[in-house]
Ligand binder design. Sequence first.
Ligand code: PMP
Length: 323
Amino acid sequence: MSSKYNNVLEMVGNTPVLKINNIDTGKCNLYVKMESLNPFGSIKDRVGLKMIEDAETQGLIKEGSTIIESTAGNTGLGLALAAKLKGYNLILVIPDKMSEEKIMHLEAMGVEIIMTRSDVENGHPEHYQSIAEKLLESTPNSFFANQFENQSNPKVHFETTGPEIWSQMEGEIDAFVAGVGTGGTISGVGEFLKSKNPDIKIVIADPVGSVIADAVNNGEFKYDGGSWYVEGIGEDYIPGNLNLDIIDEGIYVSDKEAFHMIDLLLQKEGILAGSSCGTLVDAAVKWCKAQTEPKTVVTLVCDTGNKYLSKAFNKDWIKKNIN
Ligand code: PMP
């Protein structure tokens, strides 16, 4: 890959893979793919760009169109990057638990933001997805990106993230661990890796309180109103873009374990990772330690910790909220 670019959009993807050296991973080798190095700092830069490119190709947006999306912030930033450079309007509906840094970055992009409640279930009229759908009806010439159902989301991971991992690892990979927000990452990467080698295990890292790991491990789930502070992953339902058929196992990770792990990543590995990465790496380490034979495992640094300096890396916030 060249390191001289003509446009920032060319810099989306092709992120490096890094070995974890100083955290105990039992008999296994653990690698993280540094999605934090995308231009706007997350794996969702890939998805924002791809959803806009595909909508253009399919004639769903044209000059003057308004793109609407419900997002934890990172998809909004990915969309903002591509929409800005391509000249589309963008309105984002964002749950109010998301970090100030992400909101400030979006505001700096000149994006219209509608804040909504984080404490309501999917299907509730004030849920961020319901509000986005209503907005769509009242906005002329609008397009709902809808990352939870839009096929461009898993597709970009099937076409780019998965093949990058396979080639960077030279086919030497026994398990891939990721969280589920929309399910796009784990489904796209998982389907690609299993197409190369069906023995590769696809493992979900899930915040305690989310229903996804239960759905994988028990085949059924019941949302009991639980909540978690890690951002971008964990759900109270099964999103349309999650392909449960290719998932082998779900691992539960508490907020305490996740926030401890991102601190460890910073102190021991020099990796400034976002909160969901704490969940992913903690789950990957648990999977590694359960192995009796040496295995090679890959997970993700989904976004940069720069987005969470006021929370995850703020001792007062941690003391007040994580126990
Ligand atoms: N980590 C972070 C920080 C995210 O913003 C997201 C997306 N919401 C994810 C992980 C989960 O990715 P996906 O939507 O592909 O399941």
